[in-house]
Design a protein around this ligand. Sequence first.
Ligand code: GLN
Length: 489
Amino acid sequence: MSLPAAPAATVAELVRGLAAKRYSSVELTRAYLDRVAAAQPELNAFITVTGEAALAAAARADEARAAGRGGPLTGVPLAHKDIFCTEGVLTTCGSKMLANFVSPYDATVVAGLRQAGTVMLGKLNMDEFAMGSSNETSYFGPVRNPWDTARVPGGSSGGSAAAVAARIAPAATATDTGGSIRQPAALCGVTGIKPTYGRVSRYGMIAFASSLDQGGLITVSAEDAALLLGPMSGFDPRDSTSVDSPVPDYTATLADSLDGLTIGLVKEFFDDGLDAECGARIREAIAVLEKQGARVREVSCPNLPLSVPTYYVVAPAECSSNLARFDGVRFGHRCESPKNLTDLYSRSRGEGFGAEVKRRIMTGTYVLSAGYYDAYYLKAQRVRQLISADFARAFGECDLLLGPTSPTPAFRIGDKCDDPITMYLNDIYTIGANLAGLPGMSLPCGFVGGLPVGLQLIGPHFSEARMLNAAHRYQMETDWHLRVPAAFA
Ligand code: GLN
């Protein structure tokens, strides 16, 4: 496989190149579309490529720039996870259930990034309804990790992470319910940010677990994330949980000094489950941050080890309710010649959903049922509070928390498919932030056996600017985020 050269290393570079008229948006867009086409058979990162629409949008961006209109992002190509509704474009959520669904409207995230002038290349592959940690549950087939195509890219935003890692898209939107931005970013050697719950509107983002879902980004660098996060953030009257607080200019404080920043190393994140070599990479990264002026201390979040069982009660409960809307009546998959209404419901859902989605719906229905609600669901909500309180206490002692993103580097495709519990344990370090609604990031911090390792930062609510600042300072001193897998260079 030989790929046409990528026009630039980062979105920041594309912004400068477009402003300096080194290339037009049409040229850029064509270059990325060519890379997508060349890499698609190998990676399967896209579900839909919207080439014609992309070139038309790029031409409009070029016209706007020529007329002196538009902003820094005008003409920058990117791709959206296929969980975001896109008007007039297939929106599948990785499921057979929505394999024929063309959305009549844009998600707020999509609209915001479009208004900022970005050009959509297409829709990215993902685990079915964002349920998974390996991208193997997609109805459209697994995505492959560009660092080793026999391995998973992580999930559920595996298409987003693989596309950015292979530089076939300069940046991608993604979502994180239990780690789906950070874990695939870690496994693919790219930067991922899950903002504070409520920072980014969930309107038009197909719901999995509404109290946990949050949209965000997978990018090459923290600087790129800072450039793109603003336009997709902010209050949205159509999402009752979106927060009405001003969106800062995330690029303004990127290069601030880290002097006086206190970073907490979460004791529970450095447990026996963490691969020793991955742990070594994390410790090397800590030394880099210390050299930048950060102070490091150990903190404890004793209830954090309960986050996986807590999540696997709360998330399935919410999903069983959210996915009740897929009934074969109004949209999505409908079975052939139903005998009656019950038959329509049960066969449409039976045919439309894959095994993992069914497992979650059944678990969720069970934990919410009379007689079990108190024992499981209510108890999980209580533990969720304890986990939030642990974080709040830790943030009394430090500004940001640090740990690994994932216990191991990317595993082989097929390795964990038959064992849901082992698969679920992949998110042991990421789920806590979702339960507490906190922002989190994953940054590339080195390699183990040729595979990327991710460093995780977690901040207090609405500390995105501070987190991006620490991440950017780290990336000023390191070049792990700029490494590209040889086959896609
Ligand atoms: N891997 C977790 C799950 O399967 C998290 C998924 C996500 O964040 N969307 O539920």
